[in-house]
Design a protein around this ligand. Sequence first.
Ligand code: NAD
Ligand code: 9ON
Ligand code: ZN
Ligand code: ZN
Length: 344
Amino acid sequence: MHAYRLFADGPRLVDDLPITEPREGEILVKIAGAGACHSDLHVIEATAAGKSFFTPPFTLGHENTGWVEAVGPGVRNVALGEAVAIYCAWGCGRCRACLISAENYCERQALLLGGGLGRDGGMATHMIVPAARYLVPLGDLEPRDAAPLTDAGLTPYHAVKRALPLLAPDATALVVGIGGLGHMALQILRALTSARVIAVDLSEARLASARELGADQTVVADEHALERVREITHGAAVDVAFDFVGAQSTIDLARKLVRADGEMLIVGLGGGVMPYAQGKIAWGARVSTPFYGSIAELREVIALAARGRLHAHVTRFSLDRVADAYRALHDGTLDGRAVITPNG
Ligand code: NAD
Ligand code: 9ON
Ligand code: ZN
Ligand code: ZN
Protein backbone atom coordinates (compact mmCIF):
# COMPACT_ATOMS: atom_id res chain seq x y z
CA MET A 1 0.00 0.00 0.00
CA HIS A 2 0.93 3.67 -0.25
CA ALA A 3 1.96 5.29 3.03
CA TYR A 4 3.50 8.60 4.08
CA ARG A 5 6.32 7.58 6.41
CA LEU A 6 8.81 9.36 8.60
CA PHE A 7 12.39 8.11 8.22
CA ALA A 8 15.49 9.27 10.07
CA ASP A 9 16.33 11.51 7.09
CA GLY A 10 12.82 12.92 6.70
CA PRO A 11 9.28 11.99 5.61
CA ARG A 12 8.28 10.60 2.19
CA LEU A 13 5.59 8.65 0.39
CA VAL A 14 6.33 4.96 -0.19
CA ASP A 15 4.32 2.56 -2.35
CA ASP A 16 5.50 -0.81 -1.10
CA LEU A 17 4.41 -1.12 2.54
CA PRO A 18 2.55 -4.43 2.97
CA ILE A 19 -0.96 -4.44 4.43
CA THR A 20 -0.57 -6.83 7.35
CA GLU A 21 -3.21 -9.25 8.62
CA PRO A 22 -4.53 -8.27 12.06
CA ARG A 23 -3.03 -10.48 14.76
CA GLU A 24 -4.63 -11.58 18.05
CA GLY A 25 -6.72 -8.69 19.43
CA GLU A 26 -5.92 -6.32 16.54
CA ILE A 27 -8.19 -4.59 14.04
CA LEU A 28 -7.38 -3.58 10.47
CA VAL A 29 -8.99 -0.23 9.61
CA LYS A 30 -9.37 1.21 6.11
CA ILE A 31 -8.53 4.87 6.61
CA ALA A 32 -11.13 7.54 5.81
CA GLY A 33 -9.27 10.60 7.12
CA ALA A 34 -5.93 11.33 8.76
CA GLY A 35 -5.49 14.86 10.12
CA ALA A 36 -2.21 16.75 9.84
CA CYS A 37 -1.35 18.02 13.32
CA HIS A 38 1.25 20.64 14.17
CA SER A 39 2.83 18.04 16.46
CA ASP A 40 3.85 16.18 13.29
CA LEU A 41 5.91 19.21 12.30
CA HIS A 42 7.55 19.22 15.74
CA VAL A 43 8.25 15.47 15.47
CA ILE A 44 9.63 15.76 11.92
CA GLU A 45 11.91 18.60 13.04
CA ALA A 46 13.04 16.76 16.20
CA THR A 47 13.75 13.60 14.17
CA ALA A 48 15.93 15.57 11.75
CA ALA A 49 17.85 16.89 14.77
CA GLY A 50 18.15 13.37 16.25
CA LYS A 51 16.09 14.47 19.28
CA SER A 52 12.69 12.84 18.76
CA PHE A 53 10.95 10.77 21.45
CA PHE A 54 9.81 8.43 18.66
CA THR A 55 11.99 6.04 16.71
CA PRO A 56 11.56 6.07 12.91
CA PRO A 57 10.52 4.65 10.55
CA PHE A 58 6.76 4.83 11.05
CA THR A 59 3.75 6.03 9.10
CA LEU A 60 2.59 9.50 10.16
CA GLY A 61 -1.01 10.43 11.01
CA HIS A 62 -2.24 10.21 14.63
CA GLU A 63 -5.68 11.79 14.06
CA ASN A 64 -7.59 9.06 12.30
CA THR A 65 -10.97 7.72 11.32
CA GLY A 66 -11.93 4.83 9.06
CA TRP A 67 -13.96 1.70 8.48
CA VAL A 68 -13.30 -1.67 10.13
CA GLU A 69 -11.96 -3.93 7.40
CA ALA A 70 -10.86 -7.07 9.29
CA VAL A 71 -10.47 -8.27 12.85
CA GLY A 72 -7.83 -10.54 14.35
CA PRO A 73 -8.45 -13.67 16.44
CA GLY A 74 -10.23 -12.97 19.71
CA VAL A 75 -11.80 -9.66 18.65
CA ARG A 76 -15.52 -9.69 19.35
CA ASN A 77 -18.32 -7.13 19.03
CA VAL A 78 -16.60 -5.11 16.31
CA ALA A 79 -18.69 -4.96 13.15
CA LEU A 80 -17.00 -5.14 9.75
CA GLY A 81 -17.59 -1.93 7.79
CA GLU A 82 -18.39 0.12 10.91
CA ALA A 83 -17.23 3.78 10.78
CA VAL A 84 -14.92 4.46 13.72
CA ALA A 85 -12.72 7.10 15.28
CA ILE A 86 -9.31 5.77 16.34
CA TYR A 87 -8.15 6.83 19.80
CA CYS A 88 -4.44 7.56 19.60
CA ALA A 89 -2.90 7.59 23.12
CA TRP A 90 -2.13 3.90 23.42
CA GLY A 91 -1.11 3.16 27.01
CA CYS A 92 -0.24 -0.04 28.84
CA GLY A 93 -3.91 -0.75 29.62
CA ARG A 94 -3.06 -1.99 33.13
CA CYS A 95 -1.80 0.90 35.27
CA ARG A 96 -4.06 3.00 37.48
CA ALA A 97 -4.39 5.76 34.84
CA CYS A 98 -5.28 3.33 32.08
CA LEU A 99 -7.80 1.52 34.26
CA ILE A 100 -9.69 4.74 35.01
CA SER A 101 -9.88 5.69 31.31
CA ALA A 102 -7.04 8.19 31.56
CA GLU A 103 -4.85 6.29 29.14
CA ASN A 104 -3.44 9.63 27.94
CA TYR A 105 -1.69 9.78 31.33
CA CYS A 106 -0.47 6.15 31.31
CA GLU A 107 2.06 5.67 34.10
CA ARG A 108 4.26 3.55 31.85
CA GLN A 109 5.19 6.52 29.72
CA ALA A 110 7.60 4.50 27.64
CA LEU A 111 4.64 2.57 26.29
CA LEU A 112 2.66 5.71 25.57
CA LEU A 113 2.94 5.63 21.83
CA GLY A 114 0.17 5.67 19.31
CA GLY A 115 -0.44 5.14 15.63
CA GLY A 116 1.34 8.01 13.88
CA LEU A 117 3.55 8.73 16.91
CA GLY A 118 6.18 6.01 16.98
CA ARG A 119 3.90 3.34 15.51
CA ASP A 120 2.30 3.17 12.08
CA GLY A 121 -0.51 5.70 11.74
CA GLY A 122 -3.23 6.70 9.34
CA MET A 123 -1.48 8.39 6.42
CA ALA A 124 -1.84 5.13 4.49
CA THR A 125 -4.72 3.24 2.95
CA HIS A 126 -4.87 0.97 6.04
CA MET A 127 -3.75 0.94 9.65
CA ILE A 128 -3.54 -1.70 12.37
CA VAL A 129 -5.16 -0.74 15.71
CA PRO A 130 -3.91 -2.87 18.64
CA ALA A 131 -7.12 -3.14 20.68
CA ALA A 132 -10.87 -2.79 20.20
CA ARG A 133 -11.13 -0.27 23.06
CA TYR A 134 -9.43 2.32 20.82
CA LEU A 135 -12.31 2.28 18.33
CA VAL A 136 -15.15 4.70 19.07
CA PRO A 137 -18.21 4.46 16.78
CA LEU A 138 -18.83 7.53 14.62
CA GLY A 139 -22.49 6.86 13.96
CA ASP A 140 -23.72 9.01 11.08
CA LEU A 141 -20.82 11.49 11.09
CA GLU A 142 -18.94 11.85 7.78
CA PRO A 143 -15.78 9.83 8.59
CA ARG A 144 -13.35 11.93 6.52
CA ASP A 145 -14.44 15.20 8.11
CA ALA A 146 -14.62 13.63 11.58
CA ALA A 147 -10.89 12.78 11.74
CA PRO A 148 -9.95 16.03 13.57
CA LEU A 149 -12.33 15.13 16.39
CA THR A 150 -9.80 12.54 17.60
CA ASP A 151 -7.10 15.11 18.46
CA ALA A 152 -7.90 18.70 17.39
CA GLY A 153 -11.29 18.15 19.06
CA LEU A 154 -10.35 15.83 21.91
CA THR A 155 -7.33 17.75 23.23
CA PRO A 156 -9.09 21.12 23.73
CA TYR A 157 -12.19 19.32 25.02
CA HIS A 158 -10.07 17.74 27.76
CA ALA A 159 -8.47 21.12 28.53
CA VAL A 160 -11.80 22.94 28.70
CA LYS A 161 -13.31 20.27 30.93
CA ARG A 162 -10.42 20.61 33.37
CA ALA A 163 -11.02 24.34 33.61
CA LEU A 164 -14.83 24.15 33.65
CA PRO A 165 -15.27 25.07 37.35
CA LEU A 166 -13.65 28.44 36.61
CA LEU A 167 -15.64 29.12 33.45
CA ALA A 168 -18.77 30.64 34.99
CA PRO A 169 -20.94 33.02 32.93
CA ASP A 170 -19.11 36.03 34.41
CA ALA A 171 -15.69 34.56 33.55
CA THR A 172 -13.31 35.46 30.73
CA ALA A 173 -11.33 32.83 28.81
CA LEU A 174 -8.31 33.70 26.71
CA VAL A 175 -7.65 31.37 23.76
CA VAL A 176 -4.26 31.79 22.09
CA GLY A 177 -3.70 30.11 18.69
CA ILE A 178 -6.78 29.63 16.51
CA GLY A 179 -5.49 26.81 14.32
CA GLY A 180 -6.49 23.14 14.23
CA LEU A 181 -6.96 22.87 18.01
CA GLY A 182 -7.92 26.48 18.69
CA HIS A 183 -10.80 26.63 16.21
CA MET A 184 -12.28 23.57 17.93
CA ALA A 185 -11.61 25.04 21.39
CA LEU A 186 -13.77 28.07 20.58
CA GLN A 187 -16.72 25.86 19.61
CA ILE A 188 -16.26 23.71 22.71
CA LEU A 189 -16.21 26.78 24.95
CA ARG A 190 -19.40 28.01 23.27
CA ALA A 191 -21.07 24.62 23.70
CA LEU A 192 -20.03 24.05 27.33
CA THR A 193 -19.88 27.55 28.84
CA SER A 194 -21.25 31.08 28.67
CA ALA A 195 -17.88 32.63 29.49
CA ARG A 196 -16.62 35.61 27.51
CA VAL A 197 -13.97 34.42 25.03
CA ILE A 198 -11.05 36.50 23.76
CA ALA A 199 -9.17 34.89 20.85
CA VAL A 200 -5.55 35.73 19.99
CA ASP A 201 -3.68 34.81 16.81
CA LEU A 202 -1.03 36.21 14.48
CA SER A 203 -3.33 35.92 11.50
CA GLU A 204 -6.23 38.28 10.74
CA ALA A 205 -7.89 35.49 8.73
CA ARG A 206 -7.83 33.19 11.77
CA LEU A 207 -9.29 35.94 13.90
CA ALA A 208 -12.12 36.49 11.41
CA SER A 209 -12.80 32.77 11.61
CA ALA A 210 -12.64 32.99 15.41
CA ARG A 211 -15.41 35.62 15.44
CA GLU A 212 -17.59 33.35 13.29
CA LEU A 213 -16.96 30.51 15.73
CA GLY A 214 -18.16 32.56 18.68
CA ALA A 215 -15.19 34.50 20.04
CA ASP A 216 -16.50 37.67 21.65
CA GLN A 217 -13.35 39.68 20.95
CA THR A 218 -10.19 39.08 18.96
CA VAL A 219 -6.67 40.41 19.40
CA VAL A 220 -3.70 40.31 17.01
CA ALA A 221 -0.69 38.64 18.63
CA ASP A 222 1.70 41.55 18.26
CA GLU A 223 3.64 43.57 20.85
CA HIS A 224 0.42 45.36 21.88
CA ALA A 225 -1.57 42.17 22.60
CA LEU A 226 -1.23 42.38 26.39
CA GLU A 227 -2.50 45.96 26.66
CA ARG A 228 -5.23 45.28 24.06
CA VAL A 229 -6.60 42.38 26.15
CA ARG A 230 -6.44 44.57 29.27
CA GLU A 231 -8.40 47.28 27.43
CA ILE A 232 -11.08 44.74 26.56
CA THR A 233 -11.33 43.52 30.16
CA HIS A 234 -11.06 47.08 31.56
CA GLY A 235 -7.87 46.10 33.30
CA ALA A 236 -9.11 42.85 34.82
CA ALA A 237 -7.14 39.63 34.50
CA VAL A 238 -8.63 36.60 32.74
CA ASP A 239 -9.96 33.62 34.66
CA VAL A 240 -8.56 30.96 32.35
CA ALA A 241 -5.89 31.18 29.63
CA PHE A 242 -5.53 28.39 27.05
CA ASP A 243 -2.25 28.45 25.14
CA PHE A 244 -2.51 26.41 21.93
CA VAL A 245 0.90 27.60 20.71
CA GLY A 246 3.34 27.16 23.62
CA ALA A 247 5.90 29.61 22.25
CA GLN A 248 7.77 31.89 24.65
CA SER A 249 5.71 34.91 23.60
CA THR A 250 2.39 33.12 24.14
CA ILE A 251 3.38 31.61 27.48
CA ASP A 252 4.45 35.06 28.64
CA LEU A 253 1.21 36.63 27.39
CA ALA A 254 -0.96 34.02 29.10
CA ARG A 255 0.90 34.05 32.43
CA LYS A 256 0.78 37.85 32.65
CA LEU A 257 -2.95 37.86 31.98
CA VAL A 258 -4.23 35.05 34.20
CA ARG A 259 -5.85 36.16 37.45
CA ALA A 260 -4.97 35.18 41.02
CA ASP A 261 -6.42 31.73 41.69
CA GLY A 262 -7.08 31.36 37.95
CA GLU A 263 -5.72 28.71 35.60
CA MET A 264 -3.32 28.66 32.69
CA LEU A 265 -3.33 25.59 30.46
CA ILE A 266 -0.32 25.09 28.20
CA VAL A 267 -1.31 22.77 25.36
CA GLY A 268 0.99 23.92 22.56
CA LEU A 269 4.42 22.33 22.27
CA GLY A 270 6.10 25.36 20.75
CA GLY A 271 9.26 25.12 22.84
CA GLY A 272 8.60 28.03 25.23
CA VAL A 273 9.56 27.83 28.91
CA MET A 274 7.23 28.59 31.83
CA PRO A 275 9.31 30.49 34.38
CA TYR A 276 8.41 30.42 38.03
CA ALA A 277 9.43 32.96 40.59
CA GLN A 278 7.44 35.38 42.73
CA GLY A 279 5.62 37.77 40.40
CA LYS A 280 5.92 35.66 37.25
CA ILE A 281 2.31 34.58 37.62
CA ALA A 282 -0.48 35.72 39.95
CA TRP A 283 -0.71 34.12 43.42
CA GLY A 284 -2.73 30.94 43.54
CA ALA A 285 -2.85 30.56 39.77
CA ARG A 286 -2.59 26.97 38.59
CA VAL A 287 -0.50 26.02 35.58
CA SER A 288 -1.35 22.75 33.91
CA THR A 289 -0.13 20.84 30.89
CA PRO A 290 -3.08 18.88 29.53
CA PHE A 291 -2.12 16.07 27.22
CA TYR A 292 -4.60 14.73 24.71
CA GLY A 293 -7.81 13.32 26.33
CA SER A 294 -9.43 10.10 27.49
CA ILE A 295 -11.44 7.53 25.55
CA ALA A 296 -14.51 8.59 27.55
CA GLU A 297 -13.92 12.19 26.46
CA LEU A 298 -13.55 11.12 22.82
CA ARG A 299 -17.06 9.64 23.07
CA GLU A 300 -18.30 12.99 24.40
CA VAL A 301 -16.56 14.92 21.60
CA ILE A 302 -18.19 12.68 19.01
CA ALA A 303 -21.56 13.19 20.71
CA LEU A 304 -21.04 16.97 20.61
CA ALA A 305 -20.33 16.75 16.87
CA ALA A 306 -23.34 14.48 16.32
CA ARG A 307 -25.52 17.11 18.02
CA GLY A 308 -24.21 19.71 15.57
CA ARG A 309 -22.27 21.73 18.15
CA LEU A 310 -18.75 20.91 16.97
CA HIS A 311 -17.54 20.87 13.40
CA ALA A 312 -13.98 20.90 12.07
CA HIS A 313 -13.15 23.20 9.16
CA VAL A 314 -11.50 20.66 6.90
CA THR A 315 -9.41 20.95 3.74
CA ARG A 316 -8.96 17.52 2.18
CA PHE A 317 -5.68 16.38 0.58
CA SER A 318 -4.97 13.14 -1.29
CA LEU A 319 -2.17 10.88 -0.03
CA ASP A 320 0.20 12.10 -2.75
CA ARG A 321 -0.24 15.68 -1.46
CA VAL A 322 0.72 15.21 2.21
CA ALA A 323 3.80 17.40 1.74
CA ASP A 324 1.52 20.21 0.46
CA ALA A 325 -0.71 19.80 3.53
CA TYR A 326 2.27 20.07 5.89
CA ARG A 327 3.59 23.08 3.96
CA ALA A 328 0.25 24.85 4.35
CA LEU A 329 0.22 23.94 8.06
CA HIS A 330 3.75 25.27 8.45
CA ASP A 331 2.96 28.48 6.55
CA GLY A 332 -0.24 29.07 8.54
CA THR A 333 -2.41 29.32 5.44
CA LEU A 334 -5.00 26.70 6.41
CA ASP A 335 -8.39 27.44 7.90
CA GLY A 336 -8.91 24.71 10.50
CA ARG A 337 -7.41 21.32 9.69
CA ALA A 338 -5.81 19.56 6.72
CA VAL A 339 -7.12 15.99 6.44
CA ILE A 340 -5.49 13.36 4.24
CA THR A 341 -8.02 11.05 2.57
CA PRO A 342 -5.97 8.01 1.45
CA ASN A 343 -8.95 6.16 -0.02
CA GLY A 344 -10.47 9.16 -1.80
P1 NAD B 1 -1.86 24.91 13.98
O1 NAD B 1 -0.64 25.23 13.21
O2 NAD B 1 -3.05 24.36 13.27
O3 NAD B 1 -2.35 26.22 14.78
C1 NAD B 1 -1.48 27.08 15.44
C2 NAD B 1 -2.13 28.47 15.44
O4 NAD B 1 -1.35 29.31 16.29
C3 NAD B 1 -2.15 29.12 14.06
O5 NAD B 1 -3.42 29.70 13.83
C4 NAD B 1 -1.07 30.20 14.16
O6 NAD B 1 -1.36 31.35 13.36
C5 NAD B 1 -1.12 30.54 15.63
N1 NAD B 1 0.13 31.09 16.16
C6 NAD B 1 1.40 30.69 15.90
N2 NAD B 1 2.28 31.43 16.60
C7 NAD B 1 1.54 32.28 17.34
C8 NAD B 1 1.86 33.30 18.30
N3 NAD B 1 3.13 33.58 18.60
N4 NAD B 1 0.84 33.97 18.88
C9 NAD B 1 -0.45 33.69 18.58
N5 NAD B 1 -0.81 32.75 17.68
C10 NAD B 1 0.17 32.06 17.08
O7 NAD B 1 -1.41 23.93 15.16
P2 NAD B 1 -2.30 22.83 15.94
O8 NAD B 1 -2.28 21.55 15.18
O9 NAD B 1 -3.57 23.45 16.38
O10 NAD B 1 -1.35 22.56 17.23
C11 NAD B 1 -1.14 23.59 18.17
C12 NAD B 1 -0.08 23.17 19.17
O11 NAD B 1 -0.62 22.18 20.05
C13 NAD B 1 1.16 22.53 18.56
O12 NAD B 1 2.30 22.96 19.28
C14 NAD B 1 0.94 21.05 18.77
O13 NAD B 1 2.13 20.32 18.80
C15 NAD B 1 0.26 21.06 20.12
N6 NAD B 1 -0.55 19.88 20.46
C16 NAD B 1 -0.51 19.48 21.76
C17 NAD B 1 -1.31 18.42 22.16
C18 NAD B 1 -1.32 18.00 23.60
O14 NAD B 1 -1.88 16.97 23.92
N7 NAD B 1 -0.74 18.77 24.52
C19 NAD B 1 -2.13 17.76 21.26
C20 NAD B 1 -2.15 18.21 19.94
C21 NAD B 1 -1.36 19.29 19.54
O1 9ON C 1 -1.62 14.51 19.64
C1 9ON C 1 -0.64 15.23 19.74
O2 9ON C 1 -0.41 16.07 18.90
C2 9ON C 1 0.28 15.09 20.94
C3 9ON C 1 -0.32 14.12 21.87
C4 9ON C 1 1.66 14.76 20.43
C5 9ON C 1 2.65 14.52 21.53
C6 9ON C 1 4.09 14.56 21.06
O3 9ON C 1 4.92 14.13 21.85
O4 9ON C 1 4.40 15.00 19.96
ZN1 ZN D 1 -1.75 15.93 17.44
ZN1 ZN E 1 -0.93 2.53 31.59
